[in-house]
Write a protein that binds this ligand. Structure first.
Ligand code: AMP
Ligand code: FE
Ligand code: FE
Ligand code: ZN
Length: 281
């Protein structure tokens, strides 16, 4: 069974609609797809409608923006109640803060690059959650950079003077909220140092484990073989499972569907512990 449990649609910073994503997964020979847009559940219904058409099983999830002492961490939540009030409020708060932050970044960028907030709105049409990738798309459309990657290597980098932080949940609190909402939390790419210079320390992941964390994402293209080994050792020490995923974003990133997979045993455990079911054909 081929399970790719971490992907994005146009509801956040991917470029496929949820239905297109499901169709592409079928074409890539994937049996189960996890739709995990950043800080939103907006794509779940459309993806679920595509299940009977594509024959691909849907694992409903969300990738939650977290930060501990200013260090960001992404937490995947699976099979949580879509109408949970505390989680919905946290996601809404993160999205609002992301909007304000993106506007501030555009203000700073507009002093040196030919972009406006309207350009970003155009690039993010249909998105519930705005992120740096949409600003990257506006910079590409303006001719300042050839692709998202080049914009991220330049003014959108985490350490750049144009960078602005946004509000994000504490990751330990996020694990508690996810469990309270009947969901199963998994830390996304916890040792991907290519994304940012500082990574959350092992101690925070240990606290998350106590708060209900189920697994760590090990096989992910942003983690080197050495970093994957660190994740494996840490998971064993903390009694956590191991996951893998493509983190597919459509045309915006080179990540290909199914390039890394979740072991079927972990999916079984997530289905056992999660309050929602898989959406099956
Ligand atoms: P944000 O959450 O707004 O801070 O932006 C981070 C998002 O940008 C991540 O979720 C990644 O999907 C995306 N991202 C990071 N680096 C790149 C890159 N080099 N090219 C395209 N997207 C990227
Ligand atoms: Fe993303
Ligand atoms: Fe992520
Ligand atoms: Zn992701």
């Amino acid at each position: 069974m081929r399970i790719d449990p971490h992907t994005h649609s146009v509801c956040s910073d991917g470029t496929d609609s949820p239905a297109e994503l499901m169709a592409r997964a079928a074409g890539s020979g994937i049996d189960v797809v996890g739709l995990t847009d950043h800080d939103t559940m907006a794509g779940w219904d459309e993806a679920a409608s595509a299940v009977p058409v594509t024959g691909v099983t849907l694992l409903r999830g969300t990738e939650i923006s977290c930060a501990a002492d200013g260090i960001t961490l992404h937490l995947l939540s699976y099979l949580h109640r879509g109408d949970d009030q505390a989680l919905s409020e946290a996601f809404a708060h993160a999205r609002t803060s992301r909007d304000t932050r993106a506007q501030r970044m555009v203000e700073r960028l507009s002093e040196d690059y030919p972009i406006t907030w309207e350009d970003v709105i155009v690039q993010s049409s249909g998105a519930h959650t705005i992120g740096r990738p949409h600003i990257a798309d506006a910079l590409v459309a303006a001719g300042s950079f050839p692709d998202r990657d080049a914009a991220f290597a330049g003014p959108l980098a985490t350490g750049s003077p144009y960078y602005v932080i946004h509000w994000a949940l504490d990751p330990v609190e996020a694990c508690r909220l996810v469990r309270a909402a009947g969901g199963v939390p998994v830390a996304a790419h916890p040792r991907a140092s290519s994304r940012q210079r500082r990574l959350v320390p092992d101690a925070v992941l240990a606290e998350m484990a106590e708060a209900g964390l189920a697994a760590l994402e090990m096989n992910h293209r942003d983690q080197t073989p050495e970093q994957r080994e660190q994740v494996r050792v840490l998971a064993r020490r903390l009694g956590l499972g191991l996951s893998g995923a493509s983190d597919y974003h459509g045309a915006g990133k080179p990540n290909r569907l199914g390039e890394n997979l979740m072991p079927p045993e972990l999916l079984e455990r997530i289905v056992d512990e999660g309050v929602l079911d898989l959406v099956t054909p």
